[in-house]
Design a protein around this ligand. Structure first.
Ligand SMILES: Nc1ncnc2c1ncn2[C@@H]1O[C@H](COP(=O)(O)OP(=O)(O)OP(=O)(O)O)[C@@H](O)[C@H]1O
Ligand SMILES: [Mg+2]
Length: 235
């Protein structure tokens, strides 16, 4: 299995958030993680990427047990996270941000070549490569966040609400970017409140409820959509 989570418990102090989460994620898929506000979606992604420590349970990525490893070692293995909100370094230029994405590697020429490739793949970044990144628009910043994550050479990308705060037009662009990355072989776990966007690009849907995965289905399975709507609309 590509990513395998078994009976995962995560607390904040005495507050129990994840209470026995188990899920299997296949390589090459876009997996959509749904759940009400506060259900623990961000907590789960942060636990996979090593930013949170679980109380018990295990997380396996290919042949490696991730829990217990430092977050930078998890990143080196190829599991990268895009956090909620846009995490770029606002006072640095586009290129400087991309260089940071390659921080764990040393070969300067190879890094420069990859930055060139990234600027071709996302022409808007190429055009604004020398701009301070705080001057980029919301959608451009989101593109930079994705490019930055790709610089880490991720195999699995964990994305927490990439469409947050974007206009409908830019939301479509983010969706296209995500499907494009997936076609190139990147596996993606997506947390997305925009149900229409999430369901339109996901292969598999997981619903987090009461600290567990309460539902898991193919996104083509309509009962998954109904279940998700029930959670979101409370109906
Ligand atoms: N660092 C923290 N310390 C204490 N409690 C936390 C911390 N982070 C999150 N929580 C709590 O844990 C619960 C789960 O939070 P989490 O951010 O994982 O939810 P979420 O599903 O991502 O919600 P949203 O959809 O609003 O982003 C919430 O009740 C939240 O208040
Ligand atoms: Mg969240």
């Amino acid at each position: 299995m590509f990513l395998s989570i078994r009976d995962l418990y995560v607390n904040y102090g005495k507050f129990e958030v994840l209470k026995g989460v188990s899920m299997e994620i296949e390589e090459g898929k876009i997996s959509l993680l749904l759940g009400a506000n506060g259900s623990g979606k961000s907590t789960l992604l942060k636990t996979i990427s090593g930013l949170n420590r679980p109380l018990s349970g295990s997380i396996w990525f290919q042949e490696t047990r991730l829990n217990g490893m430092a977050s930078y070692d998890i990143l080196r293995l190829g599991v990268a996270q895009i956090l909620e909100g846009r995490r770029i370094f606002p006072h640095m230029t586009v290129v400087e941000n991309l260089e940071l994405g390659a921080y764990s590697r040393r070969n300067k020429r190879e890094i420069a070549r990859e930055i060139e490739a990234m600027c071709e793949r996302f022409p808007i970044l190429g055009k604004k490569r020398k701009e301070q990144s705080s001057n980029l628009s919301g959608g451009e910043q989101q593109t930079l966040v994705i490019a930055l994550a790709l610089m880490t050479k991720a195999k699995l990308l964990l994305m927490d609400e990439p469409s947050q705060g974007l206009s409908p037009l830019l939301v479509n662009e983010v969706a296209d970017t995500i499907t494009g990355l997936n076609k190139d072989g990147l596996s993606i776990v997506l947390v997305e409140h925009n149900l229409r966007l999430g369901l339109s690009i996901a292969d598999q849907v997981y619903v987090l409820e009461n600290g567990k995965i309460a539902f898991d289905a193919s996104s083509k399975d309509l009962s998954g959509v109904e279940y998700a709507q029930k959670i979101y609309l409370g109906g």
